[in-house]
Design a protein around this ligand. Sequence first.
Ligand SMILES: C[S@@+](CC[C@H](N)C(=O)[O-])C[C@H]1O[C@@H](n2cnc3c(N)ncnc32)[C@H](O)[C@@H]1O
Length: 209
Amino acid sequence: MKGIIACEYSGTVRDAFIKMGHEMLSCDLLSTDSPGPHYTGNVFDVIDYPWDFGGFHFPCTDGSVSGARHFAAKKMDGRFYASASLWMHGWRRSRHIKAGYFEHPISVMSSVFRKPDQILQPWMFGHYETKATCLWLWGDLPLLVPTYRTPEECREALGLPPGTKPEARIHLMPPSEDRWKKRSTTFPLVAAAFAEQWGGSPQLELEAA
Ligand SMILES: C[S@@+](CC[C@H](N)C(=O)[O-])C[C@H]1O[C@@H](n2cnc3c(N)ncnc32)[C@H](O)[C@@H]1O
């Protein structure tokens, strides 16, 4: 199938799908950190191509619930509405794509748009960290099946000592220029689960044939 991963500079999800044999393009206003098929520019330049699959990682800076204390100021200067509007614009413009997902942290989109279909944690897929990630799906994509049902299962599989708690990566990172990038890069094992569980979807394969 042919797919686009929008708002992705890291190439993580793009490369996981390429590994599964798909034709993929990542797209971001920034150039890609990992050489591969990438459009540096606005997602709306390439969104109307007849894609079979789409993954969308729109920015969350102005709508994430972790920044709720700034909502009043962001409503005053419009950033709150602009951020939700960009997301909604992406949702509307991607309705021709057969199947896909929108990803966001716990954010205002759960009330402005609708509740997510699934909320993931990185420990479910083998990264012993916490970072709630919401997914809104379409095109009959199944909910992802986690590798681990509890943090404890993940901890044991990784051989970490009992009592070790999964932590939010952001709390362990020292301040740096690219801290935001490291923080927002998709976890590779989560990307692999997307590609393995959705990239092999018989429905998509049939439609793409
Ligand atoms: C939260 S980050 C997502 C990063 C992604 N998870 C990754 O692993 O690369 C959001 C990205 O959206 C990009 N972005 C924002 N508006 C965009 C637009 N209109 N077209 C393309 N990319 C856009 C930003 O440059 C930023 O890199």
